[in-house]
Design a protein around this ligand. Structure first.
Ligand code: SAM
Length: 178
């Protein structure tokens, strides 16, 4: 099980990028996202999308990151902080992939230095600056034992039928109507 901890979200400025962190985490197999800021509307928006498209993804709004990391570690979980300054992912992916309970931490602006110390791994998705969305996607893909792109999302209202052209979407809400 994998959960994402999103630090430093600024409600107006980071609205789109934090939404994309959540949706990417869900699409690539994380079970939920902890948001270390207060933006209940954003959390609800992500959960609305998740409900429409299936699966069990959750967002917990306004968590205390330090308490969450401590609790996670007390429960035997490991913490992987994504930072361009860390050990390059290809050198750590197989170790991290063996972890059964993993918290992946991503920042927005500068991350508190304590995070570097609390993390079991400080990992770079290449040692160049880019984006938390890309960092989450590539990490979840590289540490996975089964292909995250083949994941099925049960119970959704909407499901895409892959098509070479155009858009094919099954809307389960319309099923069974007279
Ligand atoms: N300037 C900030 C700093 O020094 O911590 C980082 C800003 S960056 C836009 C926001 C987040 O994206 C980072 O906290 C990190 O989680 C993630 N990120 C960006 N580039 C990364 C990389 N090459 N490897 C891993 N994570 C990265």
């Amino acid at each position: 099980r994998i959960v994402i901890l999103r630090l430093g979200h600024r409600p107006v400025r980071d609205k789109r990028i934090t939404t994309h962190v959540g949706l990417t985490a869900r699409a690539f197999g994380a079970e939920g996202m902890l948001l270390a800021s207060d933006d209940s509307k954003l959390a609800e928006n992500i959960m609305d999308v998740a409900k429409r498209w299936g699966g069990e993804f959750y967002v917990r709004n306004d968590v205390n990151w330090k308490a969450e990391i401590r609790k996670w570690k007390e429960e035997g979980g490991k913490v992987c902080h994504l930072s361009m300054y860390g050990v390059n992912l290809p050198d750590a992916a197989s170790d991290i992939g063996q972890c059964e309970k993993l918290l992946i931490v991503v920042g927005a602006e500068k991350v508190p230095f304590e995070i570097y110390e609390m993390a079991d791994w400080n990992v770079a998705v290449g040692n160049q600056p880019h984006s938390e969305v890309a960092a989450v996607a590539v990490t979840l893909d590289r540490i996975a034992s089964t292909d995250p792109l083949k994941k099925e999302f049960a119970g959704g209202e909407l499901k895409i039928i892959p098509a070479e052209r155009g858009k094919k979407v099954v809307d389960n809400r319309l099923e069974g109507r007279d």
